[in-house]
Structure formats: structure tokens, C-alpha cells
Design a protein around this ligand. Structure first.
Ligand SMILES: C[S@@+](CC[C@H](N)C(=O)[O-])C[C@H]1O[C@@H](n2cnc3c(N)ncnc32)[C@H](O)[C@@H]1O
Length: 287
């Protein structure tokens, strides 16, 4: 796999002078610099190994179940946040792809991810303007990358871009915050300045789509929905808090992970659209 760090920053993301650490209103900071700051100043907040292991295992088991064991030609991961802090999905996706590509808008996240995973062909790019040729990727994995825009039209723009680069017959795995979850709904009412002030709201989150609307948006772009479900039924606040408290003393034991993952059984209940923190969709472009 190639090892590359290319800069493909859209002008709007890198055109402001000044230190990345200069205090500024969240809304005024160009996106790349904002995420650089999050990745640089606050990484300790995200270094909760049990929580990360839980999140990663949630995604891995979904991806494992969704397709029969096979090797994809080119897989794209649309942000490298998890890979900047740990294994993330790098090993799993790398083992099932001839080439693993990754982008992130933050140069710092890309550099950190490359440092840990030199096998990823990682580059700095905006998910709304991908550097890949149309129809060139047979798997795209987008875990909560599109949750951070300021305007709903940007989310739609990103969906159009993901569909553009997806190959005929290719698979898209996408998660978004679930607006029907009461915590997500309440969070959506908060003003921008509320984000970044606590471990529970560590960074900006923006508009999202309910499962039915996300399905409609993908179908309108020609994709065929394979499966939709709600994910992460462990109440996030409780889970994060527990993991934070226990983390210093616990190594990531399988038993502890199993306890956290057991909450996914709530996904079979009729209440799943309200308890799941994320909407997760597997869609395909017709061959
Ligand atoms: C909070 S993290 C995403 C969640 C992460 N996948 C997880 O599950 O923990 C947001 C990541 O998306 C990246 N990002 C934000 N906006 C982006 C954009 N427009 N294009 C590409 N990456 C973006 C950020 O740099 C950051 O690494």
C-alpha cells in the first residue's frame, strides 16, 4: 500500500493567518484548523482505550456482518480520527482491501494517522471535494464524518460526492448521528459556543438526517439500500463516563467489551430508533 501525505486543501480551510491555538469563536475558525486544534490540544480527552475499543468493535462487527468475507480493491475511509489515536479500523479495513485510502480535513489528524499506520494512503482532503476519480472506489466507510457541517446543504453536497466516487457495484457504509435519539436531539438545540467545553460535547456537531431521510437522500442519488439500523444503544453519556473512570485501572478485557456491546441487543427492540445514537446505512451502487 502506498504511503502518501498530499495536501489537497480547499482554499476556505487554510486561508486564515494566525496561530492554530489563538482563541477564536468556533464558527470563525476554518474547518481544517478547527480539527487540527481538536486533535492537538484535546487528544487526551479522546484517549479512552476502552471507549475507543468499544466504538471500533461496534463498527468492525457491522462491517463484518454486512458483506461475505472478501477483498475489496480500493477502500476509502472518510476521516482518520480513530486511526490517529489507535488502531481504529485500519487493520480491519487494510486486511480486507488491496489498497486502503484515507482522507481527513485536518493535516494533524492525517499526520498522526500516518505515523501509526504508514500503510494507509492518507491525504488531506475535504469529503465534499474528494480527490478520487468518479466510480473508482468499491468500498467507502464513513463513520460519523458528515456529522460536523454547519449547514444541511453541506451534508447533501458530501453525500453527492460519496456517490460520485463509488464504483458500480460498490458498497457505502455510512453513519450519522440519530436525530431521534433524545440526547442527540437535545444537543442539536445547543448554541455553537456550547461545544468544546466538556468531555461530553468535545467538538462541534451539526445537522444530521433521520434514517428515513438518509435512505431517501441516497436512493435519490441512485443507490440501493441494503440495510439500515440504529447503532450504539449504550447511553453514550453513561458509557463514556464509565470508561473514563475505569480506564486507568482496566486493561481492555474481552469481558468488559462484551458488557458494553451487549447493549446492542436493544437494537432488536421497537424502541431502537430512539435508543440508538447513530443511524447506520449500508447502500450499494447498482452494478
Ligand atoms: C469527530 S471525528 C469523526 C468521528 C470519528 N470517525 C469517530 O467515530 O470517532 C471528525 C473527524 O472528521 C474530520 N472532518 C471534519 N470535517 C471534515 C470534512 N469536511 N472532510 C473530511 N474530514 C472532515 C475531522 O478532522 C475529524 O478527524
Amino acid at each position: 500500500m502506498a504511503n502518501s501525505l498530499r495536501m489537497i486543501l480547499p482554499h476556505a480551510t487554510c486561508d486564515k493567518p494566525g496561530s492554530p491555538h489563538a482563541p477564536a469563536k468556533e464558527a470563525d475558525i476554518p474547518i481544517a484548523r478547527y480539527w487540527d486544534r481538536i486533535a492537538g490540544e484535546r487528544t487526551d480527552r479522546f484517549r479512552i482505550p476502552v471507549w475507543r475499543a468499544y466504538c471500533d468493535e461496534l463498527q468492525r462487527s457491522w462491517l463484518r456482518q454486512a458483506t461475505a468475507p472478501r477483498t475489496f480493491r480500493r477502500t476509502l475511509k472518510t476521516d482518520l480520527f480513530e486511526e490517529a489515536q489507535g488502531d481504529g479500523l485500519a487493520t480491519f479495513l487494510g486486511e480486507s482491501s488491496e489498497q486502503l485510502l484515507g482522507i481527513d480535513i485536518s493535516p494533524r489528524v492525517v499526520a498522526q494517522a500516518l505515523h501509526r499506520h504508514p500503510g494507509i494512503a492518507a491525504e488531506v482532503a475535504d469529503v465534499r471535494r474528494l480527490p478520487h476519480a468518479s466510480g473508482s472506489l468499491d468500498r467507502i466507510v464513513s463513520i460519523s464524518t458528515l456529522d460536523h457541517f454547519r449547514h444541511p446543504s453541506e451534508l447533501q453536497e458530501a453525500l453527492t460526492e460519496l456517490v460520485r466516487v463509488l464504483a458500480p457495484g460498490g458498497h457505502l457504509f455510512l453513519t450519522l448521528d440519530n436525530p431521534w435519539n433524545p440526547i442527540v436531539a437535545m444537543r442539536g438545540l445547543l448554541p455553537a459556543f456550547a461545544f468544546g467545553r466538556s468531555a461530553l460535547l468535545p467538538y462541534h456537531v451539526g445537522p444530521t438526517l433521520a434514517a428515513v431521510d438518509l435512505q431517501g437522500a441516497l436512493e435519490a442519488r441512485g443507490l440501493v439500500i441494503q440495510q439500515t439500523h440504529h447503532q450504539m444503544h449504550l447511553p453514550r453519556i453513561l458509557g463514556l463516563h464509565l470508561c473514563r473512570v475505569l480506564d486507568p485501572s482496566w486493561s481492555v478485557s474481552r469481558r468488559w467489551l462484551r458488557c458494553l456491546l451487549a447493549f446492542e441487543r436493544l437494537g432488536r427492540w421497537p424502541t431502537a430508533p430512539f435508543t440508538g445514537h447513530f443511524v447506520a446505512i449500508h447502500a450499494r451502487r447498482p452494478a
